[in-house]
Write a protein that binds this ligand. Structure first.
Ligand SMILES: Nc1ncnc2c1ncn2[C@@H]1O[C@H](COP(=O)(O)OP(=O)(O)OP(=O)(O)O)[C@@H](O)[C@H]1O
Length: 482
């Protein structure tokens, strides 16, 4: 972002460099008289040009020479004057799409423009424009349902709006010849121009735009994915999942939570000992046991964001990976799922045959990273702990490794009571009683070498009422995996 005078380049430079100008800034016109006499000669031939006509031509030559110089001076003067006036009176703010405030500003403008109902008194900020672009967003309501919204934002071109009593011109420009190499999106710039005396409004406006954006994320979990070498929000911020809604075996959730909290309070401790301030966690266990859900819920409870990293991403190489891991936004967990799948053969291949260029050693180096004071928390998940290379899970890369297993009897009971407790159709005592039944059933099935995932239990409880769920439960247990 940059604030500068309206002309952009220094005036002196323009004058001195302009073609056809002397160092004094005056134009030196070409010999207009000679040119006109040669045109006449070529039209009617030299011999028909009488001597006295040639004398008149000399008068005309010096006259046109004078007019030429006069016009040039006038034109230059006008340009000079206008530029000087613009420089004195106007001030511009430039925001480009490399900066986070770019999105905030466009969203703020769209928000204010849309709130201007035609019949009501116009609010202070509104948009006057004939060039609009559409941005589609999915909004999640508090009851969990979602709706698709179309937001009209100022498209490329010139727009006008009023803010804080001042008129502002906004120019959105898109660079069509070059793209951002990593993300493939065009470079864009927004230049807002207003009267110099109103320059203080810029910071007010940007602060408002930022607050509006952050308000939209309050109480929500922001998930980011890698876009080239940058982390960008993926979809709209989601509603946070309450941590207790992810039911892990006794003590597991507390162990991870306490470790993360203790780590967050020891920044100085790490700094004093010169240890890189980072921590790695590995959650391993069968599919559907709640690993991802837990990490997301934990992030939400600590008001952290999630940066989701897919090691099989097309175009992701060792360098980019290193950059991404070292430049995650503050207050975010980096989540790398199914880490075994990425490196069990040391070279990973997509369904379409694409081979990621991240190497195992490159990944280890990126995990070690450059020692810096920046906080970094990485969570990795896997379904196959045994397949992991010991180099990956050594302390420093994985500091805490936790098994998140299939449903234990206590987990099954707790999930049951969470689902059916508080419902009007079932008495609380009955729910407690059926919960104990679920616990006993699970203990019995487990002693027979059978198990059930938490995801399967959740599915059962979603589809059935309490009585039917208890009846159907035994059918869902499967032989334990070896
Ligand atoms: N322990 C749990 N408590 C509550 N719900 C759970 C639990 N485990 C799984 N679920 C539910 O099951 C679904 C899948 O869970 P999740 O994706 O977190 O499992 P996972 O262990 O990460 O699976 P995978 O290893 O296949 O990635 C989610 O909808 C989640 O709500």
């Amino acid at each position: 972002m940059a604030i500068h005078g309206a002309s952009g380049t220094p005036l002196e430079g323009q004058v001195a460099n302009a073609p056809g100008l002397s160092s004094t800034g005056l134009a030196i016109p070409q010999d207009a008289g000679a040119a006109s006499s040669s045109i006449i000669s070529s039209l009617i031939g030299d011999k028909y040009v009488p001597r006295n006509i040639s004398g008149d031509l000399r008068v005309t030559e010096s006259y046109s020479k004078g007019v030429g110089v006069g016009l040039t001076v006038l034109r230059r003067g006008l340009v000079f004057g206008t530029t000087a006036l613009r420089r004195r009176l106007l001030v511009s703010l430039e925001v480009n799409n490399k900066d986070r405030s770019y999105e905030w500003f466009l969203a703020w403008l769209a928000h204010n423009a849309q709130s201007a109902a035609p019949t009501s008194r116009r609010p202070e900020s509104w948009l006057r424009s004939h060039q609009l672009s559409v941005e589609t967003a999915v909004e999640q309501r508090s009851n969990g349902s979602s709706s698709v919204l179309f937001r009209l934002v100022a498209g490329p071109g010139t727009h006008w709006f009023k803010y804080g009593g001042a008129w502002m011109q906004m120019k959105r420009e898109r660079e069509t010849r070059s793209m951002q190499l990593m993300s493939g999106t065009p470079w864009e710039t927004v230049t807002v121009t207003t009267l110099s005396r109103d320059r203080h409004l810029f910071s007010k406006l940007l602060a408002e735009a930022r607050d509006l954006a952050l308000r939209g994320q309050e109480g929500k979990l922001v998930i980011r994915t890698a876009w080239g070498i940058e982390w960008k929000p993926f979809g709209q911020p989601r509603r946070k999942r309450p941590l207790p809604s992810v039911v892990l075996d006794t003590g597991v959730s507390e162990k991870v939570e306490q470790d993360v909290k203790a780590f967050l309070q020891r920044r100085q401790w790490y700094a004093d000992r010169g240890i890189p301030y980072r921590r790695g966690y590995l959650l391993h266990g069968p599919p559907g046991s709640g690993k991802t859900s837990y990490i997301q819920a934990l992030a939400g409870s600590l008001s952290y964001d999630i940066c989701l990293l897919n090691l099989s991403e097309r175009g992701l190489g060792d360098d980019k990976l290193n950059h991404l891991l070292s430049n995650a936004p503050e207050r975010s967990f980096i989540l790398i799922e199914d880490v075994d799948a990425a490196f069990n053969k040391r070279v990973q291949t997509n369904e379409d045959g694409y081979q990621s260029s991240v190497t195992f050693s490159g990944f280890l180096n990126a995990l070690d990273g450059v020692a810096s004071g920046e906080e970094r928390i990485i969570f990795m998940t896997t379904n196959h702990f045994g397949k992991l290379d010991p180099a990956l899970i050594r302390p420093g890369r994985v500091d805490l490794s936790v098994l998140v297993d299939d449903a234990s009897p206590t987990q099954a009971r707790t999930l049951f009571t969470r689902f059916y407790g508080g419902s009007e159709s079932v008495q609380p005592e009955l729910v407690e009683c059926m919960g104990r039944q679920v616990e006993e059933l699970t203990t019995k099935e487990m002693s027979n070498g059978r198990e059930i995932s938490m995801a399967a239990l959740q599915g059962l409880f979603i589809r059935n009422n309490a009585q039917d769920a208890v009846k159907t439960l035994p059918e869902l247990f499967v032989e334990r995996r070896t």
